[in-house]
Design a binder for this molecule. Structure first.
Ligand SMILES: Cc1cc2nc3c(=O)[nH]c(=O)nc-3n(C[C@H](O)[C@H](O)[C@H](O)COP(=O)(O)O)c2cc1C
Length: 320
């Protein structure tokens, strides 16, 4: 896939996930062969207020490149200014969030609420594209609700205004994360556009990935929740595409080793105190499918130090 003039390798990208795809997780997924990754969504307004915590979210280490920055907001000029500001972090491209369903985002007219006004989506893409010399992309849903599935219209307006790729999550805002992602609407978007279309929603296995490519004709796929506690999904997908087979059976020891490597990356970036608290949710995902998972998860949710993690790993090894 080529976004603007940037050639993207591999077959699947890591989706942006607030509170999840921090520097550590992005680095880990890139090590496992994600084609590119995207920051957590970042408030353009908070950037305009010089909020240091928000600005820190823009940092990209070389070990996680190629990495894009995702912005959310509703005012074209504020988004354009935030995009300009973000250039100092050297992102691969700027992605505009037009899909977030969360009330505090939606009720402010941001995220998926933008899909209610395609004209504004166009103005935003136009303003941001003019502000930066790197590609601008958008990430949308199928629509706001069942009666308003206007992804094709929004995507087309974005393309007309300079978007260089569109990611479509095949669910409405109303669906949040329930029900099934609709591949049909992604196919419709792909047919209507000339820029690359990235398909997203419910891809967990390499077979899901192939199905998504086949059903939609998309140019690339993006994986969110399927990577949680499962970063090797990218390696599996690459292997499936390149060799027709993949290793589906990740040995227990490898799962625990990767979990530990992930924890080290988090601690390296955030310190042990904050890092291990933030790592708790990731640890719980790695333990999925383990014998004694409920008990292990209780341990995961009380992790405070790397020592605690070692104890939990011993317990996991001994209880299988
Ligand atoms: C915890 C969580 C946080 C998310 N945060 C973002 C975000 O910051 N920006 C965004 O565009 N999408 C966000 N999403 C949506 C995902 O990028 C993706 O579109 C959605 O989860 C569907 O893909 P999946 O089925 O592969 O998870 C988030 C999803 C989850 C579960």
């Amino acid at each position: 896939m080529i976004i603007g003039n940037i050639k993207i390798k591999g077959h699947a990208a890591l989706a942006p996930m607030a509170g999840v795809t921090d520097n550590a997780f992005r680095e880990l997924c890139m090590q496992f062969g994600a084609g590119f990754c995207i920051s957590e969504m970042i408030s353009a307004k908070a950037i305009s207020f010089n909020n240091q915590k928000t600005i820190a979210l823009m940092n990209i280490y070389n070990t996680e490149r190629p990495c894009a920055i995702q912005l959310f907001g509703s005012e074209p000029e504020i988004l354009a200014e935030a995009a300009r500001f973000s250039l100092q972090f050297n992102p691969l491209f700027i992605d505009i969030n037009m899909g977030c369903p969360a009330p505090k985002v939606f009720n402010n007219g941001c995220g998926s609420a933008l899909m209610k006004t395609p004209y504004l989506c166009g103005k935003i893409v136009h303003a941001v594209s003019k502000a930066v010399n790197i590609p601008v992309t958008v990430k949308i849903r199928s629509g706001v609700d069942e009666a308003n599935k206007n992804a094709v219209e929004v995507a087309a307006v974005c393309e007309e205004n300079g978007a260089k790729a569109v990611t479509v999550h095949g669910r409405t805002r109303e669906q949040y994360y329930s029900g099934q992602a609709d591949a049909r609407i992604i196919k419709d978007v792909k047919r209507a556009l000339t820029i690359p279309v990235i398909a997203n929603g419910d891809i967990v296995t390499p077979e899901d990935g192939v199905r998504m490519y086949e059903q939609t004709g998309c140019d690339y796929i993006m994986i969110g929740r399927g990577s949680l506690g499962n970063p090797w999904v990218f390696e599996q997908i690459n292997s499936y595409f390149e060799n027709g087979s993949y290793n589906s059976d990740i040995p227990l020891k490898q799962r625990l080793d990767v979990m530990k490597r992930h924890a080290f990356l988090v601690v390296e970036k955030k310190g042990e105190n904050l890092g291990m608290r933030e790592f708790r949710k990731h640890a719980a995902y790695y333990l999925k499918g383990f014998k004694n998972a409920a008990k292990l998860r209780n341990h995961a949710f009380s992790l405070s130090t790397l020592d605690d993690l070692d104890k939990m790993i011993s317990l996991a090894e001994n209880s299988q």
